[in-house]
Ligand binder design. Structure first.
Ligand SMILES: [Zn+2]
Length: 222
């Protein structure tokens, strides 16, 4: 069984994904599709961001969703690195057959948060555009990819779930070692928003991100 949890951190088995505050972290066994459906609902009702790491099932359909967010705020959430390390250690100990485990990182950009961040005048069409991953989301994915890879895990992609749809993205290694990654992603996401708003089209956001080396897709829930 690859479902152990880091006891010391008060993991509580729950049925649904929700905003949960330390010390009561939640672990939920759900299929990826059902989990995404719940995050879509949460993005429409929550007032703060939250994040999870989803371990894909080795067999069967239900995987494990661990809440890994801390300091949940209206427009940001931090990953609890210590707890992620514990979770990964626990999985590694249980994984005696050395199966390569795949995971996906999720967080939500609630509708409420978009209004706080971008102002209250957001038309429905703009919600798709403004739900894009932020520059710090892109930078974080890059670091998480390396962290997991060093421990024998594969981060298949990262997903940000908004109130109307979901961005799926992977961030490659930057070939230019001298590049300031934070600055690079900042200018990339600003350009993506600018061109998205100009064309009133989420496809323009994706085009800019892809041109900048970020593989990105958008799945509308409508
Ligand atoms: Zn974000």
């Amino acid at each position: 069984m690859l479902t152990g949890c880091a006891q010391r951190y008060y993991y509580v088995e729950k049925d649904t994904l929700s905003i949960s505050y330390h010390p009561e972290y939640s672990v939920v066994h759900l299929t990826q599709e059902e989990g995404e459906r719940q995050l879509h609902q949460l993005a429409n009702t929550a007032c703060v961001e939250e994040e999870w790491i989803f371990f894909k099932p080795v067999r069967g359909k239900r995987g494990v969703w661990y809440d890994v967010g801390k300091v949940q705020q209206e427009t940001k959430v931090q990953m609890n690195g210590e707890i992620l390390e514990k979770i990964v250690d626990t999985f590694t100990k249980l994984n005696t057959q050395r199966i390569i485990l795949h995971c996906t990182h999720y967080h939500i950009h609630p509708l409420y948060s978009l209004h706080q961040r971008w102002g209250s005048v957001i038309s429905e069409r703009m919600v798709d555009i403004f739900s894009l991953p932020s520059s710090s989301d892109l930078e974080f994915t890059r670091l998480l990819h390396t962290f997991l890879q060093q421990r024998g895990y594969v981060l298949d992609d990262s997903r940000v779930v908004g109130s109307q749809g979901m961005y799926v993205y992977t961030v490659p290694r930057l070939s230019n070692k001298n590049l300031d990654a934070a600055e690079y992603f900042k200018s990339l996401t600003s350009k993506a928003v600018r061109e998205g708003l100009q064309d009133k089209d989420v496809q323009s956001v994706l085009r800019v991100l892809r041109q900048g080396g970020v593989e990105a897709d958008y799945y509308s829930f409508r």
